[in-house]
Design a protein around this ligand. Structure first.
Ligand SMILES: Cc1ncc(COP(=O)(O)O)c(C=O)c1O
Length: 405
């Protein structure tokens, strides 16, 4: 079947976090209360990481079947749920997952909170590599632990891990956990096996447990390959927790289903007891059905999606090169989130945010929310029909040229 990713779907008025809400002063509020100009020139939202595409038809069918049943009682993942996850990881990533190691959770962000709670005590430190997905900081701070920062290095338009600094940070005995973002949101790096091995070696040598958030693992652009952390070797697998979910890949975030792989039995039991203590014991029936349908029947859609995203990235990249050449675009190797360097404009974070929101009238994720290292950057979500992306880019061009003239 051919999917039409150019089709525009009106998500306004659907309680969409992306389209119907806005973040103001840290709070999420409905658009209408804050944006009097909305109906004259609606702001285009290219911020939070969901896609403006419907998911694969087999997923829509599976979810519709359950909706039609009209009985929405408790549901529990059947053995075939785990088989679907295992088959997907083997087929797409060459990773052999033991189904007994899989712990389901209603999303990775809740799981990260429970992981920090399970393996640290208040006052411990948790290592992260900014600029990085900001809910990592929320999980750390909400659990009264302290972020240990190992910032990525930005060199010649590409991001790298700073292993010397990592070794120094991990040598601090208070650092108990390291959260790896692989692929890395927001800078779009797909870490090589060598980089992951070096990262893992340093963590293991210092007895720092690795949590590898691999939610973007299926969204790899071009001919690059993703290395699942657990495939680096038994030692790596046993000293890590891998966070997976089909929710970014297939646009299922609202169905709240994710899977943590925890091969070590002791670590697994500690996590499961934290999950139990949070009163969580099931998933919703839509999530269960969607995970299975996506992993079992979503591959054809995914291959078409990846080609479309690659096209969107090339379109954006050429646009900046030709029309705004002073603003470098960081090559997106994985994810659908493009990291763009606006530092040459010399604006502080509030002025840059105003430029995007009020002049360009595009809602992007501001770089600074991913850590101080992200100041002056913008994250653009390109998982939308190309015509929306084109409109957003023209608006950005107009606003930037407006302050340059
Ligand atoms: C690295 C990363 N982890 C987790 C999430 C969200 O996971 P969930 O919706 O399952 O809580 C995102 C969403 O953008 C993400 O980028």
């Amino acid at each position: 079947m051919n999917y039409d990713f150019d089709r525009i779907i009106n998500r306004n008025g659907t309680n969409s976090y992306k389209w119907d809400y806005v973040k103001r002063d840290g709070a999420v509020v409905p658009w209408d209360e804050t944006d009097s100009g909305r109906h004259e020139k609606p702001v285009l939202p290219l911020w939070v990481a969901d896609m403006d595409f419907p998911c694969p038809q087999p997923v829509v069918d599976a979810v519709t079947d359950i909706a039609r049943l009209g009985v929405y009682g408790y549901a529990f993942p059947p053995p075939s749920y785990y088989d679907s996850v295992v088959r997907w990881m083997k087929r797409r990533h060459g990773w052999t997952v033991d189904p007994d190691t899989i712990c389901f959770t209603p999303g990775i962000v809740p799981a990260l909170h429970m992981l920090v709670s399970a393996y640290t005590n208040p006052g411990d430190k948790v290592l992260v590599q900014p600029p990085v997905y900001y809910p990592f900081f929320n999980a750390i701070e909400n659990l009264q632990t302290v972020p240990a920062l190992n910032p990525l290095t930005y060199r010649d338009g590409r991001y790298y891990m700073d292993f010397d600094d990592l070794a120094v940070k991990c040598a601090d005995p208070d650092v108990k956990l390291a959260i790896l973002c692989s692929p890395h949101n927001p800078v779009g790096r797909v870490w090589s096996a060598d980089e992951l091995r070096r990262f893992g070696r340093i963590c293991m040598d210092n007895d720092v447990l690795v949590v590898s958030d691999e939610i973007h693992c299926d969204l790899i652009l071009g001919d690059r390959t993703f290395t699942a952390y657990a495939t680096l070797g038994e030692e790596y697998e046993e000293r890590s927790i891998i966070c997976t979910s089909p929710s970014k890949t297939f646009n299922l975030a609202a169905l709240q289903a994710s899977n943590m792989m925890i091969p070590d039995p002791g670590l697994r039991e500690t996590f499961q007891s934290t999950v139990r203590n949070a009163g969580l014991f099931t998933l919703n029936p839509f999530g269960i059905a969607a995970v299975q349908a996506a992993y079992d029947h979503g591959e054809e859609w995914l291959d078409q999606l990846l080609a479309y995203l690659e096209g969107n990235f090339r379109f954006l990249d050429s646009f900046f090169r030709e029309r705004l050449p002073g603003i470098p675009v960081i090559e997106t190797e994985g994810t659908y989130l493009v990291w763009v360097d606006f530092t040459s404009l010399g604006l502080d974070k509030d002025a840059l945010q105003r430029l995007m929101m009020e002049e360009a009238r595009v809602f992007l994720d501001e770089g600074y929310i991913f850590g101080r290292e992200g100041e002056g950057f913008e994250r653009i979500n390109i998982a939308c029909p190309r015509s929306i992306l084109a409109e957003a880019l023209e608006r950005i061009e107009g606003a930037v040229k407006g302050i340059m003239s």
